[in-house]
Design a protein around this ligand. Structure first.
Ligand code: PMP
Ligand code: GLU
Length: 414
């Protein structure tokens, strides 16, 4: 008799490992786990306190009032019409991604790389074949329409649902797609009838506030996932939302609700009530979002600059809080020290310096690529928020611990 083989997700296991090292008194530079450093808005926290008495199960799809709020909110910020019936709420987007993959049967999932740690495992758990499309540093890790076309032509004629995951601003690359780039991809996707899972969980953290939702360009087959984990600083609260296409097949909707009912039942009622407050798009919330974007831009540039000075290649970040580091300029030196893969690199770094990075292999990169992801979230978000207009001047102070970690990394590389 055997058991299902499923490893603990790289993000969560590194988080636990770093915490254990820190608890044991080791200096750890926590670049490994992508968790928002900002607290949820105070009024949202207060709403959660007031909702503690809510012990009821809500509808599987979520509180009707919240589905309405989320529809109106994303209509306003993303500029496309959404009916509340298109919105499904769940305890995080991860179970939604799992259930979406399960609902499309049979299916195959195209994932342009590098890509977030959980997409490929979730696709495989649903029994799907995973088709990776490699991208390059020189092309800013963007998937090109011609590469997509080639991948779909190669798999033409297979009688199954074609799904593709598109995540931007991206985890692990911190980069986004322009309207024009998305339009070129859409032409290919439409021609091949592909369903897109647009993971836009970092959309509101586009550093310039210029996120373009895929649902605007490809409304008929885009499933947008989003939620409170990133822009609202509430990852551990577990609230995710899915926005289905306006004419999604009823069978798809029913499958998703059915799967939700047999697994998580509903998102926690108190969290949903607090989310009603989070999705209240007024000037205070606009200010909260604008401040986060400005802080992440300032701190992301400071960290990127320090890495560039150390000779480590990475693209300047455009959204979210990640950088994908390329250590290939050091490959000869690293090989001479017996380090030939991304995981050897990250293991040795953590052991020698306390710098915790996640190897590129966790994001679908070839292990010989000597890439790793850095999350620049090890700072006091609340203190940075207090700095307001001065943040560009004080970014390096806020980032001091991270800059110290990069200095240790630099020294180690020499
Ligand atoms: N997508 C991406 C790209 C992520 O970084 C994460 C990590 N939180 C998730 C999805 C899952 O988010 P949630 O907390 O909503 O499950
Ligand atoms: N998304 C975060 C990351 O990539 C962590 C949360 C998770 O993996 O569920 O580090």
């Amino acid at each position: 008799m055997a058991f299902l083989k499923v490893a603990k997700s790289g993000t969560l296991s590194l988080n636990e490992k770093s915490r254990a090292l820190a608890d044991a008194g080791r200096q750890v530079y926590r670049f490994g786990f992508g968790e928002s450093p900002f607290p949820p808005p105070r009024r949202v926290q207060e709403a959660l306190r007031r909702a503690a008495h809510r012990q009821d199960y809500t509808d599987v799809a979520g509180l009707p009032a919240l589905r309405e709020k989320i529809a109106a909110f994303h209509h306003e910020v993303d500029g496309y019409p959404i009916q509340p019936s298109q919105v499904l709420i769940a305890p995080g987007t991860k179970p939604l991604l799992h259930n979406i993959m399960r609902a499309f049967q049979p299916g195959e999932v195209t994932i342009p790389g590098p890509s977030w740690v959980s997409y490929a495992p979730l696709a495989r758990l649903a029994g799907h074949k995973v088709i990776g499309i490699p991208t390059a540093f020189e092309g800013r890790w963007r998937v090109k329409p011609e590469d997509l076309e080639r991948a779909f032509l190669r798999h033409r004629g297979m009688d199954c649902h074609k799904l593709m995951v598109l995540n931007y601003p991206g985890n692990p690359d911190g980069l986004t797609y322009s309207y024009e780039e998305l339009a070129a991809l859409t032409a290919v996707l439409r021609r091949h009838g592909v369903w897109v899972i647009a993971d836009e969980i970092y959309g509101l953290l586009d550093h310039r506030g210029q996120h373009v939702s895929m649902a605007r360009l490809y409304p008929e087959r885009t499933l947008v996932t989003t939620g409170l984990s990133k822009w609202c600083g509430a990852g551990g609260w577990r609230l995710g939302a899915l926005i289905l296409p306006p004419d999604a097949p009823k069978a798809l909707h029913d499958a998703l609700v059915g799967l939700g009912s047999e697994t998580y039942s509903c998102a926690p009622a108190p969290i949903q009530v607090a989310a009603l407050e989070a999705y209240e798009l007024d000037s205070e919330l606009h200010g909260y979002l604008a401040a986060q974007r400005r802080i992440l831009r300032a701190i992301g540039s400071a960290v990127h600059l320090a890495l560039a000075k150390a000779g480590i290649r990475a693209h300047a970040p455009q959204g979210g809080f990640y950088l994908l580091l390329d250590f290939s300029p050091f490959s000869d030196r690293l090989v001479a020290r017996g380090i030939c893969s991304d995981s050897q690199l990250c293991d040795r770094l953590l052991a020698d310096t306390g710098v915790a990075l996640l190897p590129g292999g966790a994001f679908g990169m070839p292990s010989g690529s000597l890439t790793a992801r850095l999350a620049y979230v090890d700072f006091d978000g609340e203190a940075a928020q207090r700095d307001g207009e001065r943040i560009e001047a004080t970014a390096t102070e806020h980032a001091a611990k991270m800059l110290e970690g990069i200095a240790a990394l630099r020294k180690w590389l020499r």
